[in-house]
Design a protein around this ligand. Structure first.
Ligand SMILES: Cc1cc2nc3c(=O)[nH]c(=O)nc-3n(C[C@H](O)[C@H](O)[C@H](O)COP(=O)(O)OP(=O)(O)OC[C@H]3O[C@@H](n4cnc5c(N)ncnc54)[C@H](O)[C@@H]3O)c2cc1C
Length: 109
């Protein structure tokens, strides 16, 4: 998770503030090499993405790439293709919603 990889670096650097209490000295000399941090985060991100792409590649013909819509409870349309299944799991994710204004403006979403 790229964001968590970045937060982990921040936490590690922040820990230098308690080194004195532990009897570890020299913390004030520590610095952060931001380009190096971001190179690592991007490398991890690329590994995560490559892993997911490999998984979907391994699905071969079972993986159908396209926008799906229901024709009925057991039939999907993906482009020109029709997919019939006894059971269909909807895993379309979610999107954040920014309330328009005010404390109660999120009501009704
Ligand atoms: C910036 C960011 C950082 C995050 N960091 C973390 C983290 O560090 N740790 C963590 O646990 N979670 C993190 N999350 C949350 C995590 O990414 C989501 O909770 C997770 O991806 C949800 O998985 P999902 O499969 O339900 O949905 P998604 O990953 O959104 O997948 C749903 C898929 O369905 C597809 N789809 C939608 N409609 C259709 C349709 N009609 N036909 C075909 N396909 C369709 C979409 O294109 C999408 O590919 C982060 C999210 C963001 C945005």
């Amino acid at each position: 998770m790229p964001s968590k990889a970045l937060i982990e670096v921040a936490n590690a650097f922040h820990r230098r503030k308690v080194f004195d209490a532990f009897g570890v000295s020299g913390a004030e000399e520590l610095t952060v090499d931001i380009p190096a941090v971001l190179r690592r985060v991007r490398r991890l991100r690329d590994d995560f993405v490559a892993g997911m792409l490999k998984l979907t590649d391994e699905l071969k013909d079972s993986c159908i790439d396209g926008r799906a819509r229901f024709l009925d409870a057991q039939m999907l349309a993906v482009g020109e293709r029709r997919v019939h299944a006894k059971k269909i799991i909807i895993a379309t994710g979610s999107r954040p919603v920014v309330p328009r204004n005010g404390r109660n403006s999120a009501q009704g979403y």
